[in-house]
Design a protein around this ligand. Structure first.
Ligand code: ADP
Ligand code: MG
Length: 281
């Protein structure tokens, strides 16, 4: 069976009839201290559909984490607004789970304890037995059976991020926000974790905003890739491959090569712009 055939066994996700889950409307954000003001985001707008997987792709310092901080509610926009389900966000909330690059696990809790914490945070009324059962289910889903009673200090980096993903899923929020969650993981493990996140988010119908500076990661995961340049969205490219994706099936197909080239062109375009500007000086 060739690669195209294998991929066509799944269907491309059709989100055209879905409502907007997140609306970013003309948002600007400045970092201000006593002496200076720095514009990190300048009039950014983006609508994200319910069940959509968005990757925010951009080089370091573009404002990706700042944008995620706004979605999370930790940063407050200077101008513009962000709506979730049509309502302005007022700060962090259990409707939006977050996974950061640095493992933000509680060191005093075991793997299961960390996941149980996520379940409790969800605010749903489970009995103790139900919570235990759910925690075991998430531990199975992320492949950590056997490590449930270990503490974070006894886990590898990849295992810690599995726990962070499980804890975020255990919150049972509609929205998942991830900021370069696999940036510090070695390439083979990273691919496993990417495929795991792709599968789990598809199964659980999550709306996802995933920040990365890795083009291959973005193509593997996203329905649309939002390419940033400093402070702004440069371009948005749809990724027309079925989910869940396997990198082996993607690489070598025509669509993959073309998209990859387009992304490289826009990813590095602002770097070239600034070189041009320097040359012009
Ligand atoms: P990215 O996540 O794309 O690497 P960030 O959103 O972290 O970028 O940062 C965007 C820009 O804002 C960068 O130029 C960075 O130096 C600046 N910045 C980030 N955090 C702060 C801060 N707390 N104070 C001042 N400037 C900041
Ligand atoms: Mg960042």
């Amino acid at each position: 069976m060739d690669k195209e055939q294998k991929m066509n066994e799944n269907t491309v996700r059709d989100l055209s009839g879905k409502p907007n889950k997140i609306e970013i409307k003309d948002v600007s954000f400045d970092y201000v201290d006593q002496r200076s003001k720095f514009s990190a985001l300048d009039h950014v707008s983006l609508d994200i559909k319910e069940g959509e997987f968005i990757c925010i792709l951009g080089s370091s310092g573009c404002g990706k984490s700042t944008l995620l901080g706004l979605l999370n509610g930790l940063n407050k926009a200077k101008a513009g607004k962000i709506l979730v389900d049509g309502k302005p966000i007022k700060g962090p909330g259990p409707d939006r789970a977050v996974v950061f690059q640095q493992y933000s696990l509680f060191p005093w809790l075991t793997v299961k304890g960390n996941i149980l914490f996520g379940i409790k945070q969800s605010g749903r009324k489970y009995t103790k037995a139900e919570r235990e059962e759910l925690a075991d289910e998430y531990i199975r889903k992320v492949g950590l059976v056997g490590a449930a009673s270990r503490y974070p200090s006894q886990l590898s980096g990849g295992m810690k991020q599995r726990v962070a993903v499980a804890r975020a899923l255990a919150l049972e929020s509609d929205i998942l926000l991830l900021d370069e969650p696999f940036g510090a993981i070695d390439p083979k493990l990273r691919l496993e974790l990417q495929e795991l996140v792709s599968t789990l988010c598809t199964e659980n119908h999550k709306t996802v905003v995933f920040v990365t500076h890795d083009i291959d990661e973005a193509i593997l995961l996203a329905d649309r890739i939002v390419v940033m340049e400093p402070g702004r969205i440069r371009t948005i490219l749809p990724v027309p491959f079925p989910h869940p994706r396997k990198r082996d099936y993607l690489i070598g197909t025509d669509g993959y090569e073309i998209l990859h080239r387009k992304l490289i062109a826009s990813f590095y375009a602002h770097v070239e712009d600034s070189i041009d500007a320097e040359v012009a000086l």
